[in-house]
Design a protein around this ligand. Structure first.
Ligand SMILES: [Zn+2]
Length: 462
């Protein structure tokens, strides 16, 4: 099939669609570079909105680092009917929609080179938050964050957001559709049940959907779907109440009526910071949209969570990694295998300077020591965060944790100038290319200058 684009060029596409959705059919170009969506309804009123999304609202145009995160509209199809064109996300790397990772059954059916482990899931969750942050940062909301609209390759830590032709610009582009029930914010589901049609998706409703998707990716369970029944006679109404007016977090600390039977895997497995964001999103944030954690909070918390994984020693384990929680034994929650060696694992708590030399306050960073775990510029400096590290030199490892039987745990200085360690009374410099043992109570100064962080070592027995 030959198509005509807005700019007058023509392209060749397959005659048969490879997929069909509520809004239109999807076709692949003969050269496999692009995908087009031809709308079921020839609604020319959409045209100005589409042109706006492709032009002035185009995040990828102003920010090249965002290009790989979105399948942005890059052409408007005029013939044979109205449609949009975007890059074919699967051309270089295969992706599947995120829902494949939501249940153990479907995960087993994924090709092994896409599946990834639980550490990889944490990285993808952080990528999803980064995508939301890029969009929300310029005032746009997607309006339909769902498992079907994130295409991911978990093993390769890649996530791409699709269906960008329905973007909502508050007060400019009216929303075209409501979204997917289980991902919709409760205020929208509730309004829908009341027959109200004027309630609009917004950045805040996106933030609810984002929190649900991250929870599902990491825990393979919907955070609001528990044993509580709201309407025993009507399944549809029961769902609408569970996701709307009577939405109740399965892990609500004050109301345990929707809590699954023990033992269940809850958000405490995600470490303190992410657990508290989940609690905020699904308790206060359910009723008050302004209380929902914003995308940047998720992005940063998930990237710090990635620093706290340890690998599971059981080669058959499905998760292959888990968070070493504070004051908890090192037992893998996915297969119940216990780490027994080494007997102690170093944990580095990060502190940043508060102006005066030698005065520090605790940060959110917590790094769990593991063989070959490295620290980077965003760990060493409080004025630099991981998402700013786009150049290879900003991502280079600065120090490395190492373990061997003879020396136990050491910190090896790869490339950190002015690395110093303070034991009880002695401050020693650790030159490049050398290592010193890690011990309980040590303070490591990660460089000179006001932005340099301090790392306090505790040894956690397993
Ligand atoms: Zn395990």
């Amino acid at each position: 099939m030959r198509i005509l684009l807005d700019d007058g060029t023509t392209e060749e596409y397959e005659d048969e669609p490879f997929s069909e959705g509520g809004q239109g059919r999807l076709y692949l170009s003969r050269d496999k570079k692009h995908v087009i969506k031809l709308y079921h309804q020839e609604n020319r009123a959409r045209l100005p909105a589409l042109q706006k999304i492709m032009g002035e609202l185009n995040v990828t145009r102003h920010d090249p680092s965002a290009a790989s995160l979105f399948a942005w509209i890059n052409g408007i199809v005029r013939r044979p009917s109205l449609g949009v064109r975007m890059l074919n996300v699967n051309r270089e790397l295969p992706h599947r929609d995120l829902t494949w990772w939501f249940s153990p059954k479907t995960v087993k059916r994924l090709p092994e080179d896409m599946r990834g482990n639980w550490f990889d899931r944490t990285c993808v969750a952080s990528e999803m938050a980064r995508i939301a942050w890029k969009l929300h940062g310029v005032g746009l909301c997607h309006s339909d964050f769902s498992g079907a609209n994130f295409l991911v390759n978990v093993a390769r830590h890649r996530a791409v957001l699709i269906d960008l032709d329905n973007l909502v610009v508050p007060d400019v582009l009216p929303p075209a559709m409501l979204g997917t029930a289980e991902y919709m914010a409760p205020e929208i589901v509730a309004a829908y049940m009341r027959g109200q049609t004027d309630i609009r998706p917004s950045i805040q409703t996106d933030l609810h959907s984002l929190a649900v998707l991250i929870y599902q990716l990491l825990l393979m369970r919907h955070p609001l779907r528990g044993p509580k029944v709201h309407d025993p006679e009507n399944a549809e109404r029961d769902d609408q109440l569970a996701f709307g007016e009577r939405a109740l977090y399965t892990e609500d600390p004050n109301d345990r009526s929707n809590r699954p039977k023990d033992p269940f895997r809850g958000a405490w497995l995600l470490g303190e910071e992410v657990e508290s964001l989940m609690r905020r999103a699904f308790t206060d944030g359910l009723r008050d949209p302004s209380r929902r954690p914003v995308a940047a909070m998720w992005r940063d918390a998930l990237s710090r969570m990635a620093d706290q994984h340890v690998p599971c020693v059981n080669p058959e384990c499905e998760g292959k990694a888990f968070i070493l929680l504070r004051d908890h034994p090192a037992v893998c929650p996915w297969c119940n295998t216990r780490i027994t060696y080494p007997k102690q694992i170093p944990v580095l708590r990060l502190y940043s300077s508060v102006g005066q030399a030698g005065h520090f306050q605790q940060d959110k960073g917590r790094i769990v020591g593991w063989q070959s775990r490295t620290l980077h510029r965003w760990h060493a400096q409080s004025n630099f965060s991981e998402h700013e590290a786009t150049r290879p030199e900003d991502r280079a490892p600065l120090v490395e944790l190492q373990y061997d039987k003879r020396h136990g745990w050491v910190l090896y200085n790869i490339a950190l100038d002015d690395l110093r360690v303070a034991d009880v009374s002695l401050v020693r410099k650790v030159p490049l290319g050398t290592a010193l043992p890690l011990r309980e109570g040590q303070k490591w100064l990660l460089g000179a200058g006001n932005a340099a962080r301090l790392a306090l070592v505790t040894m956690q027995s397993v």
